[in-house]
Design a protein around this ligand. Structure first.
Ligand code: FES
Length: 574
C-alpha cells in the first residue's frame, strides 16, 4: 500500500530554505527530528482558560492526549483558541460562538495539522470548535471536559443553573431569604467541569458521543473521574489512526449522525440550544437539516433520562446508571437509531453500545415510563413565527401546552426588568409574556433570557409557570412553558415585532401552531409603522455580527461562514 502524503509534509518535508524555516523555529521547544519525518501531526485545540471556569482543567486532558498521540506514532502540538465561560461573559457567550469558530478554522488551515483533537466544555465552546473544524474537514475527535460533581447543600443535591432559577423565584415569592439563597453558592459548583444538569454543555457532550465524533463515555464521565483521562489518552491514539485511515469529520457527521442526535435530544431531555448549534454545524458540512426534521424525527421518543431540569437527578447519577451508551441501547431496541452509523471508534453505533447496561432505572427510565411520552423538541409555526419557533415539552407544564391568552409585551429585556416587579403591572397567570428584540441580530447574540422570571405578585399566589414567548434562547438548565427562537426575530421585522399589549395569542403544541389573533389589516398597518432598531455598534466585531448573522432556524451562523472550505492553502509568503 502506498503511504499517503500528509498535509504536514507540505511544511516539514522540504530540504530547502522553506523547510528550514518551518522546522527550525519549532526546534526551540525541543521538537525532535521524528516530528518532521512524515508522521501524523495532531493539533490539540484547547479552550482552557481561567476565565472560562468550566474549561479551566482541560490542560490535564491535553497532556493525556499528547501521550496517546505519541504512543500511536504521531506528534502533537497544542494550541489555544478563544474561550467563553457562559456564566461570565457579557453580553452573552453566544455572540462569540461564530468568532471562535473562525479562530479554530483559520488556526487549523494555517498550520501543519493532519488531524485535530478538540478540547471543549462550556456551552458555546463545543459547537464553536466543531463548526470551525467542519469548515476545514480534517480527521477530528472531540473530548469534552465532563460534568462537575453533583452540587451539595443541606444534605441534598443542587443542580447548576436549575436550582439558581428555582431559588431566585423562591426569594421573589418570599419562600426563602436572600441569605439562604446566597449560602447555596459555594455548594453548587464543587469541582472542575461543566454544569452537571442536562443543560447545554451536557447535552452537547452527549451529542458528540451520539453522533460518533467522541469516544463512548464522553457525554457523562465526570470531569474529575480518572476515566476521563483514560478517554483523553485513547482519543490521542485514535486520532492518529484516523489520519492514517483518512476518516474526515464529514465521514462521521453525516445525515444519519444528525438524525441520531435529534433522537438523543428527545431521549435525554436535551437543551433547546442544541437545535441552533446542530443546524449551524450541518450547514457548515452541507448536510441538509431543517427545523421540521427536529419535530418529525424527534417525535414519539420518550424522555427516559430523569435529569434536571426536566427531572430529578444529575450527570454523575446518569454516568453511574450506564451513561449515554445505555440510552443508545434503549433507542436501538425501539428502532429509533441509525445503528449502522460508523463512529470514531471505527465501529458502528450498535457495536459501541452492545454491552451497555442500565444500572438504575430511576435515572434511565424504562421506555414505557419516561418523564414524558413525547420528549422531542416541538417546532411551532403560524403567523407569529412563519419560520418556526421551539418549545421543550419535557420542561413545560402540560396544561399550558394548548393555551390562549392576553399578551403582556416587553419591548426589550431592559423593559422587562423595569416593569416585572411593578405591583401595578396588568398581568395575571393566564396572560402570555412576550419579549422582543432578544434574537440573534436584535440583542445581538440571542441571550438566554427567554425563561424570564414570573412577576412576584403571581409567584406569591403559588403559580410557578406561565406561557412565555420570545426570539431569545433559554439556558439548557432552565424550565417552563417557554417558547423560544421565534423566527424571523423582532429586530428584522418578524411578526413578533408587531405584537402589542392586549393582543390575543394562541399556542397549540399538539397541532404545532402559534398564532397572533389580530386581523391582517391591523397587522399591515402596524408593519407600515415599524422601524428597524439600529445596530448596537457601528464598527468592530458587533457590526460584522449584525450584518452577517442568520436567523435561529438557520443556526445563527454567519451567511459568509456556512460552508466547507477545506484546508488547501495555495500561497506561502516564505
Ligand atoms: Fe459552563 Fe454551564 S456555565 S457549562
Amino acid at each position: 500500500m502506498t503511504k499517503k502524503t500528509l498535509r504536514s509534509t507540505e511544511w516539514f518535508g522540504k530540504v530547502n530554505r522553506d523547510g528550514f524555516l518551518k522546522r527550525s523555529w519549532l526546534r526551540n521547544q525541543g521538537t525532535p527530528d521524528e516530528a518532521f519525518d512524515g508522521r501524523p501531526v495532531i493539533g490539540i485545540c484547547n479552550t482552557a482558560s481561567e476565565l472560562s471556569p468550566c474549561n479551566a482543567h482541560l490542560g490535564d486532558f491535553a497532556e493525556k492526549v499528547k501521550r496517546g498521540v505519541l504512543e500511536a506514532g504521531g506528534y502533537p502540538f497544542e494550541f489555544p483558541v478563544m474561550s467563553v465561560g457562559e456564566s461570565i461573559v457579557k453580553p452573552t457567550a453566544m455572540l462569540f460562538r461564530n468568532l471562535i469558530s473562525m479562530d479554530v478554522e483559520e488556526s487549523i488551515r494555517a498550520n501543519p495539522l493532519d488531524g485535530v483533537v478538540l478540547l471543549v466544555g462550556c456551552d458555546k465552546t463545543t459547537p464553536a470548535l466543531v463548526m470551525g473544524a467542519a469548515s476545514c474537514d480534517i480527521p477530528t475527535i472531540v473530548i469534552s471536559g465532563g460534568p462537575m460533581l453533583n452540587g451539595r447543600f443541606k444534605g441534598g443535591t443542587l443542580g447548576s443553573g436549575t436550582d439558581v432559577w428555582r431559588f431566585a423565584e423562591e426569594v421573589k415569592a418570599g419562600e426563602i431569604s436572600v441569605a439562604e439563597f446566597m449560602s447555596a453558592e459555594s455548594g453548587m459548583h464543587r469541582s472542575n467541569g461543566s454544569c452537571m444538569t442536562m443543560g447545554t454543555a451536557s447535552s452537547m457532550a452527549c451529542l458528540m458521543e451520539a453522533m460518533g465524533i467522541a469516544l463512548p463515555g464522553n457525554g457523562t464521565i465526570p470531569a474529575v473521574d480518572a476515566h476521563r483521562k483514560v478517554l483523553a489518552q485513547q482519543s490521542g491514539r485514535r486520532i492518529v489512526d484516523m489520519v492514517h485511515q483518512d476518516i474526515k469529520l464529514s465521514h462521521i457527521l453525516t445525515r444519519d449522525a444528525f438524525e441520531n442526535a435529534i433522537r438523543t435530544v428527545a431521549a435525554i431531555g436535551g437543551s433547546t440550544n442544541a437545535v441552533i448549534h446542530l443546524q449551524a454545524i450541518a450547514k457548515r458540512l452541507g448536510v441538509p437539516l431543517s427545523l421540521d426534521d427536529w419535530d418529525e424525527i424527534g417525535r414519539d421518543i420518550p424522555t427516559i433520562v430523569n435529569l434536571m431540569p426536566a427531572g430529578d437527578h444529575l450527570m454523575e447519577d446518569f454516568h453511574y446508571a450506564g451513561g449515554l451508551q445505555a440510552v443508545n441501547k434503549a433507542l436501538l431496541e425501539h428502532g429509533k437509531l441509525n445503528g449502522g452509523h460508523r463512529t470514531v471508534t471505527g465501529k458502528t453505533v450498535s457495536e459501541n453500545c452492545r454491552d451497555a447496561v442500565n444500572h438504575n432505572d430511576d435515572v434511565i427510565r424504562p421506555w414505557q415510563n419516561g418523564l414524558t411520552a413525547n420528549g422531542g423538541i416541538a417546532v411551532l409555526k403560524g403567523n407569529l413565527a412563519p419560520s418556526g419557533c421551539v418549545v421543550k415539552p419535557s420542561a413545560a407544564t402540560p396544561d399550558l401546552m394548548n393555551h390562549r391568552g392576553r399578551a403582556v409585551v416587553f419591548e426589550t429585556i431592559e423593559d422587562y426588568h423595569a416593569k416585572i416587579e411593578d405591583p401595578d403591572l396588568d398581568i395575571d397567570e393566564t396572560c402570555i409574556m412576550v419579549l422582543k428584540n432578544c434574537g440573534p441580530r436584535g440583542y445581538p447574540g440571542m441571550p438566554e433570557v427567554g425563561n424570564m422570571g414570573l412577576p412576584p405578585k403571581i409567584l406569591k399566589k403559588g403559580v410557578t409557570d406561565m406561557v412565555r414567548i420570545s426570539d431569545a434562547r433559554m439556558s439548557g438548565t432552565a424550565y417552563g412553558t417557554v417558547i423560544l427562537h421565534v423566527a424571523p426575530e423582532a429586530a428584522v421585522g418578524g411578526p413578533l415585532a408587531l405584537v402589542e399589549n392586549g393582543d390575543e395569542i394562541e399556542i397549540n403544541v399538539d397541532e404545532r401552531r402559534i398564532d397572533l389573533l389580530v386581523p391582517e389589516d391591523e397587522l399591515a398597518a402596524r408593519r407600515s409603522r415599524w422601524m428597524a432598531p439600529p445596530p448596537t455598534m457601528e464598527t468592530g466585531y458587533q457590526r460584522l455580527y449584525h450584518n452577517h448573522v442568520e436567523q435561529a432556524d438557520q443556526g445563527c451562523d454567519w451567511d459568509i461562514l456556512a460552508s466547507k472550505r477545506g484546508v488547501v492553502v495555495e500561497r506561502d509568503s516564505h
